[in-house]
Design a protein around this ligand. Structure first.
Ligand code: PLP
Length: 423
């Protein structure tokens, strides 16, 4: 492995050569000295969203009132969905924005299981986001048809258990569902290969793109993916609790039934018919009235990703995670930090987890004393989110220095007992 220079001027050189460096100006930054490494959990606020929020509240809501529905609100789920489609290799009419990731997953899991009658197995892994597993458990309980969830376990907690997943796939498998990038270690699955393996036994796939959309190039159509969901408040910078999106491949759209059949998915909804009849296309997977304020505010963040270009963002993300890992090796490994993410950039998303026995204490010392904001995922992962739209090489350099400082000065000792609600 090459060794990178350990001085700050090298980070400054990398920033000077970075043609995406100017993009950080597009975001609100009220604390220039704070190193924000949590864009994988809650993206920064785009400046354009501030103006849009003002227009939404004062003019669109305050002045236009109910007329707003015919002046753009009604079509927003599809219009923003079509923009997200460009980031994930889907056709414009295959993506719609609605509800939360968890609720969208519920809808798609139920729809997929109903379309796969007679097949009883659902496959996932132990690296998946717990909410996704809770949704699966809830659906199995609700349907009461005897479905079984077969979980594949990662051998090291870092790499996805690909071989086990392949061995679990059989003709009784209804569904394979995984996070494309896993939330703790940042492992990146080979979507195309696993989708092909699932299809070979007649199983459907649902990919959760929450930790990959906006960070990693995704080709849902090229990978033959059936169904997908994803989050808009992480790398897409859509704002806390922004609605999520769902994808249904076009040829499946008329076959699948939305289990939460509400009036927003009804054909000719203003006829107020007493019997549900789903409308054509993806709108049938809407349920109730969309939260227009938070839905509309997703668009500025998506526009910034489209403007930067996902291939350029990925190239910078790999350069930055590699830089971070090389600094870890030289500076942090001797202090007891372990690399809890894949070493191979081709198998890694855009965040890097470092483990340390005093992980939570270090995380709290960074936040409270050292002006670095990562997050923490039990048992020992300090997650460092690289968001190439606004993370600089200098940010990474300083974060590594402070990670070292937290251990050398034993700053974690103070925080051994009090765990905050949100880590
Ligand atoms: C962030 C994330 C979610 C978020 O779900 P919500 O319904 O928005 O709370 C779901 N799944 C994965 C894999 C995630 O990373």
């Amino acid at each position: 492995m090459m060794t990178v220079p350990l001085d700050r001027s090298y980070a400054d050189q990398l920033d000077a050569a970075d043609d995406l460096a100017g993009m950080q100006q597009a975001f609100v930054n009220l604390e220039p000295d704070m190193i924000y490494l949590d864009g994988n959990s809650l993206g920064r606020l785009p400046r354009a969203a501030v103006d849009l929020a003002d227009d939404l509240v004062r003019r669109q809501w305050g002045e236009r009132l109910i007329r707003g529905w015919n002046e753009g609100w009604f079509d927003l789920p599809e219009r923003i969905g079509a923009k997200i489609a460009r980031l994930i290799g889907a056709a414009p009419d295959e993506v719609i924005v609605a509800d939360s990731t968890s609720v969208n997953l519920f809808k798609l899991v139920v729809a997929a299981l109903r379309a796969q009658r007679g097949r009883m197995r659902i496959i996932s892994d132990d690296l998946n986001f717990p909410s996704d597993l809770y949704i699966l458990q809830g659906v199995v309980d609700l349907l009461g048809s005897g479905h079984e969830i077969a979980l594949a376990y990662s051998a090291d907690g870092i790499h996805g258990p690909v071989e086990t997943i392949l061995s679990l796939l059989d003709h009784n498998t209804a569904l394979l569902t995984l996070s494309h990038v896993t939330f703790k270690s940042g492992f990146l699955y080979d979507m195309k290969a696993l989708t092909a393996a699932a299809h070979a036994v007649g199983a459907l796939t649902i990919w959760d793109l929450s930790h990959s959309v906006g960070a990693v190039p995704i080709d849902l159509n090229g990978s033959g993916v059936d169904l997908a969901v994803g989050c808009c408040y992480k790398y897409l910078n859509g704002g806390p609790g922004a609605p999520a999106f769902l994808y249904i491949r076009r040829d499946l759209q008329e076959r699948l039934i939305n289990p939460i059949s509400g009036w927003m998915g009804q054909r000719d909804l203003f006829n107020f018919d007493l019997d549900y009849a789903p409308t054509a296309g993806l709108r049938r997977f809407l349920t109730g009235t969309p939260p227009i304020m938070s839905l509309a505010l997703i668009e500025p963040g998506v526009d910034l990703i489209l403007a930067a270009g996902i291939e350029r963002l990925r190239a910078k993300s790999i350069a930055q995670t590699e830089y971070l890992i090389e600094l870890w090796q030289q500076r942090l490994a001797p202090l007891g930090y372990t690399l809890n993410s894949p070493r191979d950039p081709a198998r890694r998303g855009s965040h890097v987890s470092l483990g340390h026995p005093a992980g939570l204490g270090i995380d709290l010392a960074l936040i409270n004393e050292l002006n670095v904001l990562p997050d923490f995922r039990a048992p020992d992962n300090i997650r460092l989110g690289i968001t190439p739209l606004y993370t600089s090489f200098r940010d990474i350099y300083i974060a590594v220095e402070r990670l070292a400082q937290a251990v050398i000065e034993q700053r974690y000792l103070k925080y051994q007992s009090n765990r905050p609600t949100v880590t």
